[in-house]
Design a protein around this ligand. Structure first.
Ligand SMILES: Cc1cc2nc3c(=O)[nH]c(=O)nc-3n(C[C@H](O)[C@H](O)[C@H](O)COP(=O)(O)O)c2cc1C
Length: 347
């Protein structure tokens, strides 16, 4: 199924989209493979890849991924329609299910290139980018934005941006429900300090019932995700999904009608060991896979030791997949269902 079906289906049937957010340095292909072993249905986003890097850089390294990761969306950074078009033409054959444009990232690097969240200030540019990308691909083209930047009034800026990019053909909008401050806050602070305003996102959806609108920002648990889904079509989790990947374990049952089953941690361990073995055989290092797995068992007895084994032993020269087995062996699974434990610790 292509992602246009996914977004269209969401609007038609009420079946939600549950996404793991794009996160630079975190949601690389190894992370996505790991997340896919925990949820079959979550939509997984790449890190932001800058259009120029795709055009001039190491394409294979930037774009290739394992077919097991589907559905997977490529997030692009850029503000020049011609470059974005080239990037889409190069990237689409790799088999992505969606192309997303970053209109929310506030890092200095992004600001000097005047893309990312700076684009909130020039909705006509975002619309031109979306229209250009739509013209060269049949994949869904989506936008991830904030509710505003700096002194912008979200009640005015956000609807204007949405109207323009929807006119240009955007297939879905993901909204990180806080402003970004371009001066004075680090990217990390920009994910924590500007207050969350979920209500404005709900209002955007109310005013555009035919448009897919997904919400992002500060969602920690599946109960919170379910509450948001009463108002919008999709939820996107970033830090909670990465730092505490066990939160994904119940997604397929809760949101996609799959039978409830005991989490198969042995199976997960074995699949990740196989994957790590393949990666090492291809010249990679265990650490590149294992670093994404350290947050898995937050809240269970043994989680600290698990984290320690993975983060110290996986970096040793010649470390192999057996480190993953050793780490899983110290977790006490008899202590309860991981999702219950996580909710108990307020994960
Ligand atoms: C380490 C890190 C890297 C991020 N990189 C990106 C990125 O490449 N593109 C993007 O749109 N947002 C990026 N974000 C923002 C997240 O996608 C998300 O919008 C933000 O973390 C809020 O969601 P959360 O509260 O669920 O984490 C990043 C966040 C983190 C923590």
């Amino acid at each position: 199924m292509t992602r246009s079906h996914l977004y269209t289906e969401a609007l038609k049937t009420g079946r939600p989209v549950f996404a793991v957010a794009p996160m630079i340095d975190w949601t690389d292909r190894h992370c996505r493979y790991f997340h896919r072993q925990i949820s079959q249905h979550a939509l997984l986003y790449t890190e932001m890849v800058v259009a120029d890097a795709i055009i001039h850089g190491p394409r294979e390294r930037l774009l290739s991924f394992d077919t097991a990761e589907h559905p997977v969306a490529l997030q692009l950074g850029g503000s020049d329609p011609d470059k974005l078009v080239k990037a889409v033409e190069i990237a689409a054959p790799y088999g992505y299910d969606e192309i997303n444009l970053n209109v929310g990232c506030p890092s200095d690097r992004v600001q000097s290139g005047t893309f990312g969240v700076c684009l909130m200030l020039t909705p006509e540019t975002v619309a031109a980018c979306v229209a250009a990308m739509k013209a060269v691909t049949s994949l869904p083209v989506t936008v991830k934005c904030r509710i505003g930047v700096d002194e912008q009034e979200p009640e005015l800026a956000l609807p204007e941006l949405l109207d323009r990019v929807l006119d240009a053909g955007a297939d879905a909008i993901w909204i990180h429900a806080r402003k970004a401050w371009l001066k004075g806050l680090s990217p990390k602070e920009n994910r924590e300090i500007p207050p969350l305003d979920y209500e404005i996102v709900y209002r955007m959806k109310q005013a555009r019932p035919d448009v897919f609108i997904g919400i992002n920002g500060g969602i920690q648990t599946l109960d919170q995700a379910a509450e948001h889904l009463r108002h919008v079509d999709g939820v996107m989790l970033g830090r909670a999904a990465y730092q505490n990947a066990g939160v994904l374990a119940d997604v397929d049952h809760r949101f996609f009608g799959e039978a409830q089953s005991e989490a198969d941690w042995d199976g997960l361990r074995d699949r990740m060991m196989d994957y790590a073995a393949r990666h090492i055989a291809a010249g990679g290092r265990l650490q590149q896979v294992a670093r994404h797995m350290v947050g898995l068992f937050t809240g269970l007895p043994g989680a600290r030791r698990y984290r320690q084994v993975l983060s110290t032993d996986a970096v040793k020269p010649g470390a192999g997949p057996e480190v993953i087995a050793a780490a899983f062996a110290v977790v006490d699974f008899s202590a309860g269902d991981i999702t219950t434990v996580q909710e108990a610790v307020g994960a």
